[in-house]
Design a protein around this ligand. Structure first.
Ligand code: ACO
Ligand code: LMR
Length: 264
């Protein structure tokens, strides 16, 4: 019989051996001919299945709404400084991407994990937030530097409206909004932020779309797929900031002395 040489790599998402590559078994030409978009490509390459249009549109909305948030945020700032130091596109991009983490853009997975756990356990927002405080952990998905109850984040409102209109259930987002109601009694900027909104709504998508088994949902949450949405989205803006600085022929950045407190 045939002897199969052991392989060093296992891959399950893309097969490039035929005439054209397939994404989770779907030919590239099929995607183009059936007018699919980047949300469909993400569904196939990340989740290994075609998702209904209301899900792929939601994914595309996340990408569009998180593509950029101005030059002052951590990621754009790093990218701008790096581009101005004369570095190339990839260096400028990754220098910005490296700031994505628990405080900035990378709180989506933890928001999903903690909101899911608290909601599934039936914790009241008060019990959840106070338990986090006791543990010394900031509630992921809550809080913003410039957004507040009086200056709401339009992205959160747009995603909320979409979920309310098209998702079979938005139970996790509703829980997150109850948490926000409580945290807003503590401080005006403790709003549900875009990370928390995407984290909770993506849980709703996973659970209510009937496209995933419980085991698959647990795996997605445990591995942490969802920060990928912010990383992918913000890559668009960071590339834009790199081009912007190069186009403007900006010189080497040096931070002004006046803005540093030199002290012993
Ligand atoms: N949970 C509980 N308390 C909080 C939270 C939170 N998520 N955020 C702020 N606070 C409270 C704390 O009491 C904090 O005091 P401490 O420093 O003693 O802990 C106080 O508010 C003031 O905090 P600041 O650090 O001044 O708030 P800042 O405006 O700098 O923080 C930030 C903004 C980093 C987003 C913060 O709210 C946070 O860590 N949130 C959780 C992580 C998160 O969701 N990040 C994603 C933000 S959206 C995005 O990046 C696209
Ligand atoms: C972002 O999307 O970069 C922000 O929400 C962070 C910020 O401070 O504006």
């Amino acid at each position: 019989g045939k002897v199969r040489a052991p392989t060093h790599i296992i891959s399950t998402i893309c097969d490039d051996r035929g005439e054209e590559a397939t994404y989770a078994g779907v030919k590239m030409s099929t995607l183009i001919e059936s007018d699919k978009g980047v949300g469909d490509v993400i569904s196939l390459l990340w989740f290994k299945r075609s998702l209904p249009r209301y899900c792929t549109k939601f994914i595309e909305m996340c990408i569009m709404l998180c593509a950029d948030h101005g030059p002052c945020v951590s990621g754009a700032h790093n990218t701008i400084v790096t581009a101005r130091a004369g570095k190339d596109l990839v260096s400028s991009l990754v220098s910005g991407l490296l700031t994505i983490g628990p405080r900035f853009g990378g709180a989506i997975d933890d928001a999903a994990r903690y909101f899911k756990d608290a909601c599934d356990k039936g914790l009241t927002p008060y019990d959840y937030v106070e338990a986090m405080k006791k543990k010394g952990i900031r509630v992921p998905g809550i809080g913003h530097r410039i957004k507040s109850a009086d200056n709401r984040d339009k992205r959160v409102d747009l995603l909320h409206k979409y979920g309310r209109t098209f998702f079979p259930s938005i139970k996790y987002l509703e829980y997150a909004l109850q948490v926000e109601k409580y945290t807003l009694t503590k401080a005006n900027n403790l709003v549900l932020n875009v990370d928390g909104c995407i984290g909770s709504l993506f849980l709703d998508l996973l659970v209510s779309s009937a496209m995933f088994t419980q085991q698959e949902i647990d795996e997605i949450v445990e591995i942490g797929y969802l920060n990928g949405l912010f990383v992918l989205a913000r890559t668009i803006g960071l590339i834009g900031h790199t081009f912007d600085q190069k186009r403007l022929k900006q010189p080497l950045y040096r931070h002004p002395w006046e803005d540093v407190l030199y002290t012993k």
